[in-house]
Design a protein around this ligand. Structure first.
Ligand SMILES: [Zn+2]
Length: 319
């Protein structure tokens, strides 16, 4: 019986993106003093916040598209060739950039934000196939790291456009104030979850920074890897099912950019509920709760408080 249920769970685990990536890039104004390429949706938002109307941002990844395993297109190389600065998230989420910057030519400065933040080491669960060197690239899930990234973006834009430096400084200062407020509000929300229930199960291992910052425990992930491109084994799923049952995990959370079938199967198996989808590795389209970085962290926090308290607590300090 156990083997059969494992087969049923594995059948559900083909993680396909919910939405295919769009192929348009952001309209960039030719008169902007700076042309910047940003790799991920989160980094794109941060660069727009700091750059304001002086920076035309070409964002390579589109909303709701999974950054792990993206394959660059010729138009990406063209954007890089024209750019003054290329701002990378760093690590496995944009390792596909590889030699593209050199190959594209041009003379863009390169900034790797992972080098500006405080890194956590990823925990190695699972077998070697799933271990990506232990470097956890999901730094933006801790708003304190986003403060560091914003400072690095301000420095890079000011170097590319010294005349704009006062503007970048002012933009970074007001965005920083918003990030500090966000951080305080999230901490206050998580405080409302009884400590024994602060246990997270997510699709892949993307929320370690968030958990570290706000005092949650990551029990496990359906794809026990720092990359969403990995596949869990039957044994790994069995182990997670056992952990969810023994630790009394209240809810498990899918990701907006991935199919939730496996979460639903594991929830049926364990009696946990399926929480609302989290904005893990990609922001959402305009009009969604994850359209901006700040919005995505708020929406995730609301989903986590609702899910882990079985809906008895609601936390919306920002609304
Ligand atoms: Zn990821």
């Amino acid at each position: 019986v156990k083997a059969l249920r494992t087969v049923a769970l594995l059948a559900a685990l083909v993680a396909v993106p919910v939405a295919a990536a769009g192929c348009g890039s952001d309209a960039s104004s030719d008169d902007a003093p700076v042309h910047a390429v940003a790799t991920t949706t989160q980094v794109g938002d941060m660069v727009r916040q700091v750059g304001g109307d002086r920076v035309a941002v070409d964002q390579i990844l589109q909303p709701n598209s999974d950054p792990h395993g993206y394959e660059p297109r010729p138009s990406d190389a063209a954007a890089i060739a024209e750019a003054d600065v290329v701002i990378e998230s760093g690590g496995d989420v944009d390792a596909w950039l590889g030699d593209l910057v050199d190959a594209a030519g041009g003379d863009a400065a390169r900034v790797d934000l992972l080098e500006s933040v405080e890194q956590r080491a990823g925990e190695a669960h699972g077998d070697e196939d799933h271990d990506h060197g232990g470097e956890d690239p999901h730094w933006w899930q801790d708003p304190h790291n986003t403060l560091r990234a914003v400072a690095a973006i301000e420095t890079a834009l000011s170097a590319a456009d010294p005349a704009g430096a006062p503007r970048y400084r002012a933009n970074a200062r007001s965005y920083t104030a918003a990030l500090r407020r966000l951080d305080r509000d999230v901490a206050a929300c998580i405080d409302r979850i009884p400590p024994a229930r602060r246990r997270l199960v997510t699709t892949h291992d993307a929320l370690g920074y968030y958990a570290d910052r706000y005092g949650l425990t990551v029990v496990g992930a359906l794809i026990p890897s720092l990359s969403s491109a990995a596949q869990p084994s039957a044994g790994e799923i069995e182990q997670l099912v056992d952990q969810i049952e023994t630790q009394g995990v209240e809810a498990i959370f899918p990701e907006s950019s991935l199919d939730p079938k496996l979460e639903q199967a594991v929830a049926r198996e364990t009696g946990a509920t399926v929480g609302r989808a989290l904005w893990a590795d990609a922001l959402g389209p305009e009009g969604s709760s994850g359209a901006t970085y700040v919005g995505s962290i708020r929406a995730n926090t609301e989903a986590i408080v609702d899910g882990l308290t079985g809906g008895t607590e609601r936390c919306r300090p920002w609304s």
